[in-house]
Design a protein around this ligand. Structure first.
Ligand code: RRO
Length: 307
């Protein structure tokens, strides 16, 4: 089947990419497959300064998914642009750079730095990290706060470089948030970030994660993500959506495409199976062939009915 994808004006060989936070800046994945063969590599959200993140432990497996409270650990933008981004650019991968600010001004500063770096294919504005000290800083919990960030960065993003807002499922109406970021000038939305959760140790009866709460990911949240993509595509059919949440197979990816996603991201499964994103590309191809659908574009939104 034809997997080529046009996503908010950018052409990709296929619609499958890594999910932010699950493959750092792509170097380790290079041991398992050719990173240029994915639609894009989405890098771990980068902040203005180096950060050590939240107290350990920061990851726990639960019977129904993985919880993380990494807390935006990372090298900071200077080091990212000097060492990490060039590795992806030199190989010919298509880097989607994820940024996270703790203020609107920080988002603007990060945007300016990233868009002035050669080789960036897109910007993913992470306004939904659940693991911040102050939940009030989860901009995507509120349509007005989400719009403030997107409106502020919009003038700094050049024509031809798509800007996606990463949204949280922890809201009453994700459609209201998607509409707010679309009106504020986002070229699309990536949905969903992790779902806020926690786990308690059965022996100590204390929270397992050092950060107490964390973000739930993996197959447990797939139906939540599919629902979010379906609702947003129904409300805003022209607004590109990147679907993410518990995708492990090509059939899972196709479920998101049917719900309305233009592209998909593979995240948590990478920790157990680093070559999973490439396998999802191959399986998506064979699923479309099996169903007699000529292209991934033809399958987009088909769960909504019509022809
Ligand atoms: O670093 C994190 O703890 C983190 C981030 Br920025 C995010 O967006 N989502 C998540 O589950 N963890």
């Amino acid at each position: 089947a034809d997997l080529t994808t046009e996503l908010a004006g950018v052409r990709l060989p296929n619609p499958v990419m890594t999910a932010s936070g699950c493959a750092a800046a792509g170097q380790e994945l290079g041991q398992f497959f050719d990173v240029t063969e994915l639609g894009a590599i989405v890098t771990k959200s980068i902040m203005r300064f180096p950060r050590s993140g939240r107290p350990t432990p920061r990851m726990v497996e639960t019977p129904s998914g993985m919880l993380n409270s990494i807390g935006l650990q990372g090298p900071g933008i200077d080091s990212f642009l000097a060492r990490d981004l060039p590795w992806l650019v030199q190989r010919g991968a298509r880097p989607f750079v994820s940024i996270a600010g703790s203020t609107v001004d920080e988002f603007v500063e990060l945007t300016r730095r990233v868009v002035n770096s050669p080789g960036v294919s897109a910007l993913e504005v992470n306004i939904s990290c659940p693991n911040v000290e102050n939940r009030g800083l989860v901009f995507a919990c509120d349509p007005m706060q989400a719009a403030r960030v997107i409106e502020a960065v919009r003038p700094h993003v050049p024509e031809g470089l798509p800007m996606f807002a990463k949204l949280t499922p922890d809201v009453t109406s994700i459609v209201d948030v998607a509409r707010a970021v679309a009106d504020a000038g986002a070229d699309g939305a990536t949905m969903i970030n992790t779902l806020l959760g926690m786990a308690i140790d059965p022996d100590t009866l204390r929270p397992i994660l050092g950060g107490v709460t964390g973000g739930l990911s993996g197959p447990a949240i797939r139906p939540v993500a599919v629902r979010a993509v379906y609702q947003v595509h129904a409300a805003l059919p022209e607004f590109p959506v990147i679907g993410v949440g518990g995708i492990r197979t090509g059939a899972d990816a196709l479920e998101f495409v049917a719900a309305g996603a233009t592209a998909v991201q593979v995240g948590t499964v990478i920790f157990n199976d680093p070559s999973a994103p490439m396998r999802v590309v191959r399986e998506l191809d064979s699923e479309l062939d099996r169903l007699g659908i000529a292209s991934v574009e033809k399958a987009r939104g088909c769960a909504h009915g019509g022809v």
